[in-house]
Design a protein around this ligand. Sequence first.
Ligand SMILES: Cc1ncc(COP(=O)(O)O)c(C=O)c1O
Length: 496
Amino acid sequence: MSAERFDKKRTIELRKRHIGPSCKIHFSHDPIKIVQAKGQYMYDEKGQQYLDCINNVAHVGHCHPDVVKAGAQQMELLNTNSRFLHDNLVLYAQRLQATLPDKLFVCYFVNSGSEANDLALRLARQYTGHKDIITLENAYHGHVSSLIDISPYKFHQLSDAEQNQFVHVAQSPDVYRGKYRADHPDPATAYAEEVKDIIQRAHEKGGKIAAFIAESLQSCGGQVIPPAGYFQQVAEHVRKAGGVFIADEVQVGFGRVGTHFWAFQLQGEDFVPDIVTMGKPIGNGHPMSCVVTTKEVAEAFMLSGMEYFNTFGGNPVSCAIGLAVLDVIVKEDLQGNALRVGRYLTNLLEKQKEKHPLVGDIRGRGLFIGLELVKDRLKLTPATAEAQEVIYKLKEEHILLSADGPHRNVLKFKPPLCFTTEDADLAVEKIDHILTELEEALGLKLHNAVNAENDSSKRKLPSDENGHQYHSGLVHNTGSSPGVPQQTKKTKRIKI
Ligand SMILES: Cc1ncc(COP(=O)(O)O)c(C=O)c1O
C-alpha cells in the first residue's frame, strides 16, 4: 500500500475543510506530513528522516515489531470486551501491579489519559464523599469537561473562564521560576504549606477536599521537578482533610525517569499515592490507559451500586499490546537507557548553559528534560520568541522538538526511550549552532545577558502554530504572517 493517498497540498486542503479548526497542527506555516516511523525516527512523504525528540507515546520506539506483532496476533484470534473472562486482562493487571507499591493493586482499564483522570476523580469523590479538588498551576490533565475544570493550562486560555467552585489551584512547585526557588531553605515544605492553606480556606467556605491531583513531574507546565519531600507533605495535609492523592503518570511513567519505573517514586520510598493514572506510553500508540488504586478505594466505588463498564477498556488486543510494551522495556533495558542517555544529554545541555546566555535552566530526570530559555538570567525574562525560533530552525534540520510551559519558553525533550547518545549529540550540536546565531543577532554575550531584553535589533518572526507572533534576533525563512498581534505572556499552545 502506498504511504500517501493524496499529495501534501490536497491533504492540507481536506484537513482544513473536514477537521475542526481547534485541532492544531505542528509548524502550521509548513506542516510536516509523516507517513512512516521506526524507532526514534519519523519519515515524511519524500522519505526524509526526522529525529523524534518529542513523542513520548512511542515509548519503546515507533512501530516496534514486538508490539505490532502482539497486537496483530491477538486481533487475528479475538477482540471483545472485559465482560468475558480473558487471561490477557488478568495477566496484564498482575504484571502492572508488580511495578507498583503493594497497596496499589486494583486496576480499571480505559482508553485515554482523559478517561483515566476522569475516573480517578469519580473514585476519589465516591471514596471520600467530598467534592473539592486541588490542582496545580499550569497543570493539564485531559480534554473532557471534568478535567478542563482542573487544568489551568487550558482554562486560562478562555477569556471568560470561570473557575469551578470545587476547584482550588495550588502553586506549581517550580524551584526555578516559582514562588519558592532553589535558594529557599526548604521549598518542599513551603509549597506544601501553600496546599495546607488552600485546604483551610476551602474548609472555611464549607468545602471538603476529595483529592489533590498532580503529575509526578509537570510536563505541559514546563518540565517542573517538584522538590523531594513535597508529595509526602502534601499527602499528609490532604489525607488529614479526608482526601486522597492522585498521581498522574500519563506522560512520565513506564521507566522514562530512568532511576525508577514511576516518576512519583522519585519522591522516596515513603510516598505512595492512593490513585495512579496512566496513559500515552502504556500502549506505545495504541489507545489504552489505566487507573490503579487501593482495595479500599475500589470497594467504596463498588458500594455506589453503579456498574462500571467500558466497551473497549481492557480488551484482549490492548492487553496483548500492553504486555508487549512491558516486555520490550525489560528486554531492551529501556529504563536503563533512559537513565544513561538522559544523563549524557543533560550533561551536554549543561555545557550549553555554560556557553549560551539564553539558556537559563536545565532540569530533568532520565529522558524527560527541559531546557528553559531566558533573555535575562537574573530577571528570568522568558525567551519565548527565541524558543519558537529554535524549534522552527531545528525542524529545518529535521529534528523535532517542542516548546511548552506557561511562557512557552521551555524546550521539552521526551523522546522514545530508544534514543541514543549519537541522537543526543546531533540534537545538541544543532541547538548550539542555532543559539550561537540567535545570540549573535541579539548581541547577547554571557556577561551582558542581563541587558539583552532591551536589545533594539530585534526583527520580526512569523507567528507560531497558534497564530501568535514573537520577536527574536533572527529572520525565519518559512514565511511570515503580518498583522498578527505580538504576544509574550501566557499563550495558547499545542501539546503533544
Ligand atoms: C499529564 C496528562 N494527563 C492526561 C492527559 C490526557 O490524555 P489523553 O490525551 O490521552 O486523553 C494528558 C495529555 O496530554 C497529559 O499530558
